[in-house]
Ligand binder design. Structure first.
Ligand code: FUM
Length: 577
């Protein structure tokens, strides 16, 4: 253990995607000593995949828009499960987030007169989605990295954090290792910000790449004593590609429908007219995803098990300037020219709307000094996320959490250290590396992805979820036989073993919470409970040993509720089979 490297910072940020970077920038701007660490290269963070846009009520295209309307649309489409205080904070402050990005050089698409362009995304009353082609996340990541470098944020993007260091309910740092050479790292910090993403890689058809969104946040948080809110509320984006197998689930941005793309079944029928005749392809994501699943399961899908997204009627220039990534990706992975042929798609696990339980005011958790932001956190999206809201959320709360962690660090009377907590973290890695097992991570991850796809996909039932839990227990039982073999190439194998442990916890939290939510609401479609239950306007709050607590969601302020678009929070049109 003499090779352990000791690092320290006032605030440690874990995760170097958009959320982590925005928080770290804020901390540096406040003059705080910060360190940002990540398990994948900073130019390749998952944020770079965010495509179609970021929401803010700027009113550049539709001057009637307001932050209050943005909040009302978000709460309405969350099926009343979003925390109104969090939503208000995001909607009210999103325009400031956009202005900051502009100042830092973000190349937003603009109208001829210089206004920032805003386009329609599903279920928004007005055009409020700002964008940079369909590379919005990539440009945001580049912009934040430039700014981080200007304000001198130290970033180490080869460190895998295996444990948060906690004693007496207070965090004091984290433990991990360098994925290249295996050097152990003890990082002491007053406060820690978790920006470690979600858990959508535990489904087979997913818009997350290998080794990202593997449930790291769930594991780090619950082992530290924090809780998870609404793990079951996972957004299935309507459009992921079907093949090739190693790209299954790759996202086709909602911008494709925002720009006029049409969905058809194998018979050529524009089927959304049967599910949401008013909003059609721009209905809410949960409805479009379920409509597609229903078409497929009722035999109206294509032979490969998808439906068709047709852009061939769009102007070629629109495709090349506003959907360049979709155009290029489809040529790259399928040799398909989307100006000439439709794309075969099916729903893809896309976003963890639940995550670590956080307070509305500062995204603090149950553990003193521990904060969570971005996809790792929860409370903004409820049971159905509006596309474009997650990028807005990470900018707004990145700033707020940075300020809160700075204040916490500065107000701390004494710095905590605890040898037992460090020893426990050290021992976990020692044991994994000493293992003499014969089982392997990849096949266990595959087993998790298979069972989640089969039993916790777009449509769920008590029987299926129960079967999923049985299969999960069988995978958990294999863990003692896990083989971990770092090799000349590096310590990826150890990282993957820890990813697997995170995925096991995330899968359990998801299955148990989905079982407990006996209703159909947003992304949770229960074939055995096909109605929304007003008594379940609650968050399912899951902890490692404590099971699930149902927490009522606070009421929406009257000013915002009055702006919600008419229509019951009903399941009409969802056709759950
Ligand atoms: O479809 C998309 O471009 C995704 C956007 C989002 O999930 O926010």
């Amino acid at each position: 253990v003499n090779t352990e490297r000791k690092l320290s910072a006032s605030v440690l940020v874990i995760g170097t995607g958009g959320a982590g970077l925005r928080a770290a920038i804020e901390l540096r701007q406040q003059g705080i000593d910060v360190l940002a660490v990540g398990k994948r290269r900073k130019y390749d963070a998952h944020t770079t995949l965010a495509a179609g846009g970021i929401n803010a009520a700027l009113g550049t295209m539709d001057p009637e828009d307001s932050w209050q309307q943005h909040a009302a649309d978000t709460i309405k489409e969350s099926y009343q499960l979003a925390d109104p205080a969090i939503v208000e904070t995001v909607a009210r402050n999103a325009p400031q987030g956009i202005r900051e990005l502009e100042e830092w050089g973000m190349p937003f698409a603009r109208e001829a007169d210089g206004r920032i362009s805003q386009r329609f995304f599903g279920a928004h009353k007005y055009r409020r989605t700002c964008f940079a082609g369909d590379y919005t996340g990539l440009e945001i990541q580049r912009t934040l990295l430039r700014r981080a470098s200007e304000v001198r944020v130290p970033i180490v993007d080869t460190v895998y954090i295996s444990r948060l260091l906690v004693a007496e309910g207070q965090v004091f740092g984290a433990y991990g290792f360098d994925v290249v050479d295996g050097t152990r790292v003890v990082i002491h910090a007053d406060a820690v910000i978790l920006a470690t993403g979600g858990h959508t890689r535990i489904w087979r058809q997913t818009s997350s790449r290998r080794d990202e969104n593997t449930g790291d946040s769930f594991r780090l948080a619950v082992l530290a004593g924090a809780r998870i809110r609404d793990a079951e509320l996972v957004q299935f984006h309507p459009s992921g590609i079907l093949e090739p197998a190693d790209a299954a689930g790759l996202l086709i941005s909602e911008a494709a429908r925002g720009e006029g793309g049409i969905l058809r079944n194998a018979a050529g029928e524009r089927f959304m007219s049967r599910y949401d005749p008013e909003r059609m392809e721009l209905s809410t994501r949960d409805r479009v995803a379920l409509a597609i699943s229903t078409e497929i399961s009722e035999g109206r899908g294509t032979a490969k098990g998808g439906v068709l997204l047709d852009l061939t009627h769009l102007d070629r220039d629109v495709i090349l300037t506003r959907l360049p990534r979709v155009y290029r990706n489809m040529l790259d992975v399928q040799m398909l020219d989307i100006t000439k042929d439709p794309i075969e798609i099916a729903p893809t696990a896309h976003y963890s709307m639940g995550g670590v339980w956080v307070r509305a005011e500062d995204h603090g958790t149950d553990v003193a000094g521990l904060y969570a932001i971005g996809e790792a956190s929860s409370g903004t999206h409820g049971a159905n996320r509006l596309g474009g809201n997650s990028l807005a959320e990470l900018l707004v709360y990145g700033r707020i959490v940075g300020q809160a962690a700075a204040a916490y660090s500065q107000g701390l009377a004494a710095q905590l250290r605890n040898r037992a907590a460090v020893n426990e973290a050290r021992q976990e890695l020692d044991e994994l590396l000493a293992g003499r097992g014969y089982d392997n991570v990849r096949s266990m991850q595959r087993a998790i992805r298979d069972l989640m796809t089969e039993h916790a996909g777009v449509i769920r039932s008590e029987q299926g979820l129960g079967r999923g839990l049985e299969k999960l227990a069988a995978v958990e039982a294999r863990l003692p036989d896990l083989a971990v073999h770092p090799d000349i190439a590096g310590f990826d194998d150890l990282a993957h073993a820890l990813d697997l442990k995170g995925s096991l916890i995330a899968a359990r939290a998801t299955l148990e919470s989905a079982l407990a939510r006996r209703e159909t609401r947003g992304a949770q479609n229960r074939s055995d409970y096909p109605e929304l239950d007003p008594a379940l306007k609650v968050n399912m709050v899951w902890s490692l040993d404590g099971g699930i607590e149902q927490q009522p969601v606070p009421d929406t302020p009257a000013e915002i509720a009055a702006l919600e678009l008419p229509g019951e929070d009903s399941v009409v049109g969802k056709l759950v089979e």
